[in-house]
Design a protein around this ligand. Sequence first.
Ligand SMILES: Cc1ncc(COP(=O)(O)O)c(C=O)c1O
Length: 409
Amino acid sequence: MAFDSGLAAVDFSILRTPGKEGELHYLDNAAMALTPDCVINAMVEHDTLRRSNVKRGLHRLAEEATEAFEEARAAVAGYLGIKDPDEVVFTGGATAGINILAHSLGLMFERNDEVLISQLEHHSNIIPWQVIQQRQGIKVRYLPITSDGRINLECAEEMIRSRTKIVSVTHGSNVTGAITDTRNLSDLVHDKGAFLILDGAQTAPGGPMELNVLGADFYVFSGHKVYGPTGVGVLWGRKEILKNISPAIGGGEMIRDVGLEKSTFLDPPHRFEAGTPPVTQAIGLAAAVKWLAGKDLNGMHSHLRRLTLRIMEGLTELSGGIKILGPETGMERLPLVSFSVDGLHPHDICQVMNDRHGVALRGGFHCAQPLHDLLEVDGSTRASLAIYNNDKDVDAFLNGMEDCLKILG
Ligand SMILES: Cc1ncc(COP(=O)(O)O)c(C=O)c1O
């Protein structure tokens, strides 16, 4: 039976704003997915019945809040397909996760050590390493990309060398949509004794995973792209590595013993959760991943692949200097399409699409300016899909683009 996106859409009140039903074509999911009501309800219920700080309280509410928070950790571990919830660190988002890693792993770097990233990265996987580069004299190097917007993994063997301590790459590009094949990469990284970090901000929304199959040592993602709330994310790390790295961010809730000269830290994950963690948001995130796991995910993937192909084919048929930035096929590709249009600025396209067609898109560099520079385009426009999108959204997008080319071209 064909996948029915309408069955998912009913879970989202935001798609049924009275008087505006059917007017919104939300295609900005790679920036932030909408949130189903059950996620909002789980957070309201928590704050109504169990709100209290976690980990240190000795009263009933504090105990219940701590239990709910740790249950949320277990739910996320389940979603990632890992056995030990203590490998799950709650963060503020993917950016926070990579920064925690850069600063904590950076404590072990020696001058001239190397971090290898790629030209495909989001700023959140570039800037933290550049900060460490400036501070500690390490070198950040870049894996090149192929002409169709994938990381050129053929260069990995030559570029990963004994001084390489970290290889940190996107698992799925928020611009080209390319999904990174990590199987060989993981072997190459580990042969040199380095660690592999995957930025999963765009792949985590694909549904429950078996993280171990990816061969990474660390994986980060953000709650708000997985139908969860803002202000929460996850850093997953192998326990044996997490145990052996020092926290770079200190404060309450992460310590064992504090002295004026020296302090000792709790075991992971608490060691990396300094200060009050995003308790309510973690509970919302757990509700989101459980909700997603209950959907027909195979059906969802084929549905989104079909819609992605429709967008790509539709854009190709429109005349007017449209260039799709990314792999041509719908396989090993995220359900998003970024494109540039000769002579048109992405902001103008987004404005017309919003004002005249109710289509929500994103335009600009998508926090990947080096990539756009490399592709020699002054920004791009991106349509990104989620479980509730349907053919009507794609029709609105394609009709809108035709209109854009007429009135802006
Ligand atoms: C590939 C990728 N990495 C990292 C991030 C940063 O995520 P956040 O802003 O939630 O920290 C994003 C957000 O768009 C992204 O698409």
